[in-house]
Design a binder for this molecule. Structure first.
Ligand code: GLY
Length: 573
């Protein structure tokens, strides 16, 4: 079975069960500042899992592209991938455990025709935060799964929450498939032949900033099925690199290198494939946040290419294969150009840096933080690469020393630094909600002060520290104009206007002249948020209910974003 076919089967199955197919969202989360990348289909849905009404209803399904860097050390094994596609379906306060378990069973056994005797199940064992999940386990049993193949496991195994520090979460029930023919009587999560294929999360909690689990207003279901893994299983392959969207990439690397280092080959394939998808979001390699992850991926792929004895600039060869096998539209010119630039840049410094590393680390047991930082700052070695080179020589890296050197040399805030290393940012959902409302005010003020009704949002990104708004405008916005814009926004805030939303059809909204750049996202029914009579925008929310919560608005920066697009960063004081 090919990936496309599995995706189609899944979407069709859930559509028949009353689900609406929602868009495959951007890899860069717009509304969830707790993570750098979309790591699961639930990120764009966080407000709705928390209780906002979703314009497309309570039953949703989609294919979501995801990036996970937390398991990067595992990449190179049979099943971990940095970029992968995830099939998911959601109940937003609609069906819960029994109905979901039943649908999972039907899809696995009746649709995919998996052998029931090779399925193992895990359910939550229960602890101080939540009870034992006997409901799911009993349902699995009633459907005919052998009791011995249903295990109760603790939070470390059967609890799902996003890698961000806060957010909706809950106990889950996971489905495994035994990849060898002779299936043991008992399910054992430690036996690596049991491969996880699907996860039903019963999201009825929210993890707050104190790390406490609070019951949500509604009981949700959030599921995730990895496309690549499931396709491998359906075809009887023992690793994901055999499937239709990965094999041609592996074949290419095998042509480039005759060495027998499977792990390095897989790393090259995985990292360049992930890099292509991140670049496709217009992220450029850099030293911060998403750009830094991207740089790490490209450079690590190149370094493993060198380990494989590939001596020419080979990235394009692999990237061209990614374009060929994927059913996504790519900005090929941009992607190839950025990869080429990064490859050239890295090549130049790599040789110099390697020489310095060899010389300076001779006779040492530990690579000093200062050396690691010099390699990072002057030769572009991601810390992780220095760590890997050190490991090959049996050395350790003084990572605390590295971070210290880093902080001393950067003018960046501590938060940004910590965020970069943890790949997450501290969350404050309250602040981001406020900044979200402020973004609407800013957009309206821009139209007024710059006398341009055609100004539209071209992109938005909110962290607890600031909002960032991209909009179409042909020239720099001058400081005196920025002052006027600030004044306008603060004027509205002083009026303590109320924020409300109405639901209507897309047609109605258009008739009313409501503006919004992302109409295609919401399908039939849309939400229109209004701030007093000042602003009316198509938007999914969430927003504050009154401007009296906002505080003082301040523009920190205005700059070019891309041709014809300006970018403003602003905060609330
Ligand atoms: N959010 C469910 C999963 O990633 O498995």
């Amino acid at each position: 079975m090919e990936s496309k076919e599995l995706k189609k089967k899944y979407i069709e199955f859930f559509k028949k069960k009353g689900h609406k197919n929602i868009v495959n969202a951007s890899l860069i989360p717009e509304n969830d500042p707790t993570v750098l990348f979309t790591t699961a289909g639930m990120h764009p849905l966080v407000p709705f899992l928390l209780g906002e009404k979703h314009p497309q209803g309570k039953r949703l399904v989609n294919v979501q592209k995801c990036i996970r860097t937390s398991d990067i050390e595992e990449v190179g094994d049979d099943c971990h991938l940095t970029f992968f596609e995830m099939l998911g379906n959601w109940s937003l306060g609609d069906y819960f455990k029994e109905e979901m378990v039943e649908m999972s069973y039907e899809f696995l056994i009746d649709v995919l025709k998996l052998d029931k005797e090779r399925i193992g199940i895990s359910c939550f064992k229960g602890d101080k935060d939540a009870g034992k999940d006997t409901v799911s386990a009993e349902k699995w049993g009633a459907l005919g799964i052998n009791k011995e193949r249903i295990a109760f496991l603790p939070k470390s195994e059967n609890w799902w929450e996003s890698p961000g520090e806060t957010g909706p979460c809950g106990p889950d029930s996971e489905m495994f498939f035994y990849i060898r023919k002779k299936v043991p009587k008992k399910f054992d999560v430690e036996d690596k032949n049991w491969v996880e294929i699907w996860n039903d999360v019963f999201m009825e909690y929210n993890k707050n900033q104190n790390g406490k689990y609070e019951k949500l207003k509604q009981q949700n279901v959030d599921t995730g099925m990895g496309v690549e893994r499931t396709v491998a299983i359906l075809n009887g392959y023992d690793n994901v690199y055999e499937i239709d969207t990965l094999k041609p990439l592996m074949d290419k690397v095998n042509k480039l290198s005759k060495k027998n280092d499977v792990r390095s080959k897989r790393i090259v394939v995985d990292h360049l494939r992930a890099a292509v998808f991140i670049l496709n979001e217009k992220v450029e390699p850099g030293n911060l946040e998403q750009g830094y992850v991207l740089r790490r991926l490209i450079r690590r792929a190149i370094r493993h290419g060198k380990l494989l004895g590939i001596n020419h600039r080979f990235c394009k060869d692999v990237v061209d294969e990614v374009f060929k096998v994927s059913d996504y539209k790519f900005n090929k010119k941009f992607i190839l150009n950025e990869i080429k630039k990064e490859e050239e840049k890295f090549d130049r410094s790599l040789n110099q840096g390697m020489r310095i590393f060899e010389k300076e680390s001779k006779g040492l047991k530990i690579v000093s933080g200062k050396l690691a930082f010099t390699l990072f700052a002057s030769y572009g070695f991601p810390l992780e690469m220095t760590r890997e080179m050190a490991k090959e020589k049996g050395l350790k890296v003084d990572e605390k020393g590295f971070e210290k050197a880093f902080e001393e040399h950067q003018k960046l805030s501590r938060t940004a630094t910590a965020g970069r290393f943890k790949s997450g940012l501290a969350d404050s959902s309250e602040m981001t909600t406020k900044l979200h409302t402020a973004t609407h005010l800013l957009l309206q003020a821009l139209k007024e002060v710059l006398h341009d009704e055609n100004i539209m949002q071209k992109g938005s990104n909110i962290t607890p520290e600031r909002l960032r708004l991209d909009f179409n405008f042909p020239r720099k916005v001058e400081r005196d104009e920025l002052d006027k814009i600030e004044d306008k926004v603060n004027e509205q805030i002083k009026k303590k206007l109320e924020v409300k939303f109405e639901e209507m059809s897309l047609e109605e909204a258009k008739k009313k002249g409501v503006k919004g750049a992302f109409e295609h996202k919401y399908g039939e029914k849309v939400k229109v948020y209004s701030i007093g009579s000042y602003s009316k925008e198509l938007c999914a929310g969430p927003h504050v209910s009154s401007l009296k919560e906002l505080g003082k608005f301040k523009i920190k920066k205005e700059e070019s974003s891309s041709s014809g697009v300006r970018r403003i960063k602003a905060k609330l004081l």
